[in-house]
Structures are given as C-alpha cells and as structure tokens.
Design a protein around this ligand. Structure first.
Ligand code: NAP
Length: 246
C-alpha cells in the first residue's frame, strides 16, 4: 500500500514505456512496469528506479490476454492499493503490403494494439470508478491519424485507439476520470530498428523540426497529461511529431 501517486505503464521494458517510467519515478511516483518478453530489461529498469527511492512493481503479462491483464491489475492493486494513472503504451508494429497480411497477423496486431487497450482500461476502471478519480493515457501514432502505406493493420489499430479514447473520455468525464491519447511521430526506438539509416534520414528531412523524436519527447507529453497541468484535458490527441503532420 502507498500514499504516493501510482502509475501502471504497459510495455515499459524498453523504448517509450521505459522513458515514461523514468519520468514518473523522477516525480516520486510508485511505478508499475508491465512487460511481455523483455524480463532482463524490465528488471534492470526496476533496479534503476528503486535506486531513486520509489516503490516499483514488475508485472509480466501479454496485454492481448484478458485473463493476464486482470491478474496484472489485481497484483498492482495488492501492491499499491489504488491506480491513479494507466498508460496503455504496449504495442507492436509490422511493415508489409496489405495483400500479404494474414488473418492471424491482422488479429495479433489488433489484439495487442487495440484489444490490449480495451482490456487494460476495463481492468483499471474498477478502482478508478470506485474512487471517481483517475487518468488514462493511450498511445496511438500519427499513422493512426493519417494512415501509413504498408502499415494498414497498425494504422487501423491505432485509429481505433483514438476512437476508443475520444468515446471513453465522454463516457467517463462525469465520473471524474480523464482519457487522453498521445500519438507520436517517428521515434528512435527498437520499433523502428529495421529502418535503414537512409530511411531515417529521409524521415528526419521531411520533419519540420529536422530530426526524429526521442522516447523522452513522448514521455514528456505523457507526463504533462498525467500531471496537474493536464487536469482540464480529456478526449484529446496530443501529437509529439516534430510537425510531420499538423
Ligand atoms: P518498442 O521499443 O518496440 O517497445 C514495445 C514495448 O511494448 C515493449 O516494452 C514490449 O515488451 C511491449 N509489448 C509488446 N507486445 C506486448 C504485449 N503483447 N503485452 C505487453 N507488452 C507488450 O516500442 P516503442 O517505440 O517504445 O512504442 C511504444 C508505443 O508507442 C507503442 O504503442 C507504439 O505503437 C507507439 N508508437 C511508437 C512510435 C515509434 O516511432 N517508435 C511512433 C508512434 C507510436 P517486451 O519487450 O517485454 O515484449
């Protein structure tokens, strides 16, 4: 149990999720780190945050699995007593022609990126609705806003996240719970590890701010929405993208 503010971040073992965990830990929050396969990275991050003096919990689970998500929330609430902020960050991406997408590939993309948000929000809401307080922050992508060639399944899932966010914000506003979305541009993480240096350079050149984003850039947007400064925001899509789409 803790009197501190608490946050559960899905997909926090690396990339944007890990940067977000560091950002909240710097503010003294209890941090729940969800991961799926990167156990060593998650443990190393937990050690790093604990060294800052904040309570940390590790919650392995596949967010596409309802049963595992429910167990994760139960464990988080046992550890920290309540959930102030849920960051639905876990995600997967894949580049392929639309005609090459298999039914299984489509289901997995939607399962992790969209069903995962549905499961995590429902699981966290039991506590938030009871307390009539809480903030949910979802991760979409600028491709969810405008669509990307060769990323139809990813774009569809991320557009779904924006729809879910806006609708849920309207439903939960009267209950004192905000729901907002962060839709980043191209960010330097392992998710873009397969992009060549030439492609990255071209993407940076197409970006008005002439660089790709960092995980910290996105973590700052998430932190803003979670902090008091974000109290009057709900149903919004904040897009740290360097001006790539406006
Ligand atoms: P990343 O570096 O590839 O990290 C992905 C994270 O998601 C990892 O911690 C991974 O955990 C976790 N994850 C994947 N599948 C999961 C599952 N089934 N259950 C639980 N966790 C799972 O990605 P990132 O770049 O940080 O992206 C984070 C979010 O931002 C994603 O939603 C992504 O779509 C979005 N985004 C990224 C960019 C970008 O350019 N990087 C742009 C726009 C939006 P394990 O390693 O433990 O398996």
């Amino acid at each position: 149990m803790s009197d501190r503010n608490t946050v559960l971040i899905t997909g926090a073992s690396r990339g944007i999720g890990a940067a977000t965990a560091r950002r909240f830990a710097r503010e003294g929050w209890c941090v729940g780190i969800n991961y799926h396969t990167s156990q060593e990275k998650a443990r190393a991050l937990a050690g790093e945050l604990e060294a800052l003096g904040v309570p940390v919990g590790l919650y392995p689970c596949d967010v596409s699995r309802r049963d595992q998500v429910e167990e994760m929330l139960a464990a988080f609430l046992r550890d920290f007593g309540h959930i102030d902020v849920l960051v639905c960050n876990a995600g997967i991406a894949r580049q392929e022609l639309f005609t090459d997408i298999t039914a299984e590939g489509w289901r997995r993309m939607l399962g992790v990126n969209l069903d995962g948000v549905f499961h995590c929000c429902q699981a966290a809401l039991a506590d938030m609705l009871h307390r009539k307080a809480g903030k949910i922050i979802t991760l979409s992508s600028m491709w969810g806003q405008v669509g990307a060639s060769c990323e139809v399944a990813y774009s569809a899932a991320k557009a779904g996240v924006i729809g879910l966010t806006r609708a849920l914000a309207k439903e939960l506003g009267p209950s004192g719970i905000t729901v907002n979305c962060v839709a980043p541009g191209v960010i330097e993480t392992e998710m873009n590890g397969l992009l060549s240096q030439e492609t990255k350079a071209a993407l940076a050149e197409e970006t008005p701010l002439e660089r790709l984003g960092t995980p910290q850039d996105v973590a700052e947007a998430i932190w803003f929405l979670a902090s008091q400064g974000g109290d009057f925001f709900t149903g919004q899509v904040l897009s740290p993208n360097g001006g790539y789409i406006i």
